[in-house]
Design a protein around this ligand. Structure first.
Ligand SMILES: C[S@@+](CC[C@H](N)C(=O)[O-])C[C@H]1O[C@@H](n2cnc3c(N)ncnc32)[C@H](O)[C@@H]1O
Length: 247
């Protein structure tokens, strides 16, 4: 009896292994490169973009700077993170037309609250229109000023250690400065998400010595050894670095 159980188990293992063998060429211990078709599939089976966000994406698509907007699956992922954390107070550095802010604000609880930083009246007027339509305008405090000034003001307002989540997606040369301030504003266990850390692949393009690219490279290098946080660079969108503040 025991022998036959072992035999059955062994044959189940063999069957299981043979299934693996048939995927030998495709299974990988590295992150998969997405072909356009596989990316379409990923969206088809997992994206749940509400109609309002789709309309915002389409309207932004007519702006010459539309490429600045995050990918919809990234917005959905950030909403999931915020929901998982039960985040209540959040920060955004770089609003543009408001897509990422809307993804995050939708995931906040009833008493949730966002401070959103940008310098553009024109782009954020689009954002405000959509936040209003979503019924979330009350939750989002837009501060129109250079983000460093806003973050310093929050520190002066004694908001240190109060925020649960921060999303950094503005001018790249200030990334390190935004990160340092956000780290102070976050509670222990809070999460900073930093956009564009793969920078369209240019982080490894030796010919690209532009200030933005160098800033992202040096930010990435600094973070790799920053013991104040737990780290992961998630290859979603243009690269999203997650840094959780240690206690
Ligand atoms: C990449 S876009 C943000 C995209 C946005 N997160 C989204 O998903 O649609 C960058 C934004 O940063 C803003 N920005 C640039 N420099 C800034 C600064 N010094 N302070 C605050 N915002 C700034 C720009 O006006 C622009 O709206």
């Amino acid at each position: 009896m025991v022998v036959s159980q072992v035999t059955n188990h062994a044959s189940r293992v063999t069957l299981h292994e043979s299934r693996f063998t048939s995927h030998e060429q495709t299974m990988s211990r590295e992150t998969l490169t997405l072909s356009p078709e596989l990316y379409e599939y990923l969206l088809a089976v997992s994206l749940r973009e509400p109609e309002l966000l789709r309309r915002l994406r389409e309207e932004t698509g007519r702006d010459p700077m539309a490429r600045m907007q995050i990918a919809p699956e990234q917005g959905q992922f950030m909403g999931l993170l915020v929901e998982l954390m039960g985040a209540r107070q959040v920060l955004e550095v770089g609003v543009f037309t408001g897509y990422s802010a809307l993804c995050v604000a939708r995931a906040l609880p009833a008493d949730g609250y966002m401070v959103a930083c940008d310098i553009s009246e024109a782009w954020t007027s689009i954002a405000r229109r959509y936040w209003q339509e979503a019924g979330l305008a009350e939750k989002i405090e837009l501060r129109l000023a250079p983000a460093l000034e806003t973050l310093d003001a929050l520190l002066e307002e004694e908001r240190e250690g109060q925020f649960d989540f921060a999303f950094i997606d503005a001018d790249k040369e200030n990334y390190s400065a935004y990160y340092e301030r956000c780290l102070r504003l976050l509670r222990p266990g809070g999460l900073i998400a930093v956009d564009n850390t793969l920078w369209g692949g240019d982080v490894i393009n030796a010919d690209d010595k532009s200030a933005d690219t160098e800033a992202i490279r040096s930010f990435n290098r600094m973070l790799q050894t920053d013991e104040r946080v737990t780290l992961s660079l998630v290859p979603i969108g243009d690269g999203l670095t997650l840094a959780r503040k240690r206690g």
